[in-house]
Design a binder for this molecule. Structure first.
Ligand SMILES: Nc1ncnc2c1ncn2[C@@H]1O[C@H](COP(=O)(O)OP(=O)(O)OP(=O)(O)O)[C@@H](O)[C@H]1O
Ligand SMILES: [Mg+2]
Length: 334
């Protein structure tokens, strides 16, 4: 495996990434030229509707699936050039996974401690002390000898985080990790992920289709139709990093705020448009350009302005304005 990185290179780089799933003669294009960069030690979320390609992206980044074309580099490892055996080594040594389905993460007849030791044993590096430390980091020092059936769903997912960290991965990939948890347990799990990011320096990518969850992290990127389309970046990073207790309180309140905003969306019966036009102030919002400079205008905005096939792009000196074809420019008829 090649592994040449300069210190200031992004940790993950995807450029024009394509993933085609083939079943018999049928091809499904899950990723259609996706661009993404993630910094080392960042915790970010990928959000998008069902079928948009979130899991396909995570499976490529985690070495579960080979990319079909384009560029996908993680910590200097070029995923498109990996042989099948190198891909297995990459997956075992560099990546930890947490899945939505709690039972996929844990072996039911092993205790929490044995579950965390299992990947170490499989890798020939059993380290009981490290397994204990990991369970402490995720707040389960009192549950080490419990089997999954005797733990709550939230506790089981925290064991899953410890298992994912067992072989000291540099990236943790979580596909809908909070999907089967209630709000309180979901918040706790996100807090644990943020703690391990800070204490172990792991890069964390969380896939979710829950916008309120995405808003609790520093940056979230939206995927539509297999491409990254927009990005939201938290305005102040102090919210999560101003000390453990302050950070935790803020994470809780962010989830609470986001939850109540989602309720508002539902009440207005117009979730998508409202979400697009009145995002909370916690994040700056950007529309992303792809590597060829193409810009995707979100469907809500296209609908609202009657934009279909073309727009006018006008350089007004201090700003660049996109006009719908029949819109007046500078107040004058076109
Ligand atoms: N193994 C596979 N074989 C064939 N098609 C697949 C496979 N995995 C995903 N797809 C297809 O690729 C597209 C993207 O799927 P993907 O699972 O990546 O979406 P997703 O954003 O994770 O959706 P969800 O939110 O429902 O989990 C879909 O059209 C899906 O049907
Ligand atoms: Mg999925």
């Amino acid at each position: 495996m090649s592994s040449e990185t300069r210190p200031d290179d992004p940790f993950i780089v995807c450029e024009n990434l394509v993933k085609i799933h083939k079943i018999d003669e049928i091809e499904v294009v899950a990723l259609q030229g996706l661009d993404l960069t993630v910094d080392r030690g960042e915790m970010m979320a990928i959000i998008g509707p069902s079928g948009s390609g979130k899991s396909s992206l995570l499976n490529v980044l985690g070495g579960l699936d080979a990319p079909s074309a384009g560029k996908a580099i993680v910590s200097g490892v070029d995923l498109i050039r990996l042989s099948d055996s190198d891909r297995i080594t990459y997956r075992r040594t560099m990546v930890g996974f947490v899945w939505q389905n709690v039972s996929r993460n844990l072996v039911p007849y092993l205790t929490a401690l044995e579950n965390v030791q299992l990947p170490m044993i499989l890798d020939g590096k059993n380290n009981r002390e490290r397994a204990r430390e990991l369970l402490q980091i995720v707040g389960l020092e009192k549950r080490m000898s419990h089997r999954p059936a005797r733990m709550s769903g939230g506790e089981q997912q925290r064991v899953a985080v410890a298992i994912a960290l067992a072989n000291e991965p540099s990236v943790l990939l979580a596909d809908e990790p909070t999907g089967s948890l209630d709000g309180e347990n979901a918040t706790r799990l996100l807090r644990v992920l943020d703690d391990v990011r800070k204490s172990l320096g792991v890069t964390v990518i969380i896939v979710t289709h829950d916008r309120s969850m995405a808003r609790t992290v520093g940056r979230y990127v939206e995927i539509r139709d297999g491409k990254t389309s927009s990005e939201a970046v938290r305005i102040s990073d102090e919210l999560l990093s101003s000390g453990p207790s302050a950070g935790h309180a803020t994470l809780d309140s962010l989830v609470a705020t986001a939850d109540s905003e989602d309720t508002d969306d539902a009440e207005h019966g117009d979730g998508s448009a409202r979400t697009e036009f009145s995002e909370p102030e916690s994040h700056d919002h950007y529309v992303l350009l792809d590597s060829a400079g193409r810009l995707q205008i979100p469907p809500e905005i296209r609908d609202a302005y009657g934009i279909t096939r073309r727009v006018r792009l006008v350089d007004e000196g201090e700003r660049i304005v996109i006009y719908a074809p029949d819109e007046k420019k500078n107040g004058k008829p076109k």
